[in-house]
Design a binder for this molecule. Structure first.
Ligand SMILES: [Zn+2]
Ligand SMILES: [Zn+2]
Length: 104
């Protein structure tokens, strides 16, 4: 099940939105040509930010797409701010409202 989460750090102001979960058949809305995808949350230590990646993508090598540093997988429930390490406010967002905003 694909879900969209918003992460906010009250301490330093870090803000990020990520899709996490498995793309099921009944969730394929329009022109999603992915057969099956499993998005997980990672942190890029170099950029100090969250990155979500499709772990079933053959292209995915556990590296940050922008700087190729090794990504660290993060458990959603234990996610801490990648910038300052403080507690985050994690909120689930309705995926239907934000489905179009994914970067393709
Ligand atoms: Zn922070
Ligand atoms: Zn990076």
């Amino acid at each position: 099940m694909m879900k969209v989460y918003s992460f906010k750090c009250p301490a330093c102001g870090y803000e990020s939105i990520h899709q996490i979960g498995t793309l099921d058949m009944d969730q394929i809305l329009t022109d999603v040509n992915t057969e099956f995808a499993q998005y997980r949350l990672f942190v890029c230590r170099k950029e100090k930010k969250f990155v979500h990646a499709d772990v079933l993508d053959a292209q995915f090598e556990n590296k940050c797409p922008s700087d190729k540093t090794e990504l660290e997988q993060v458990d959603l429930k234990q996610a801490k701010c990648p910038r300052c390490g403080k507690e985050l406010k994690i909120q689930e967002i309705n995926p239907l409202a934000t489905a179009d905003s994914s970067t393709e």
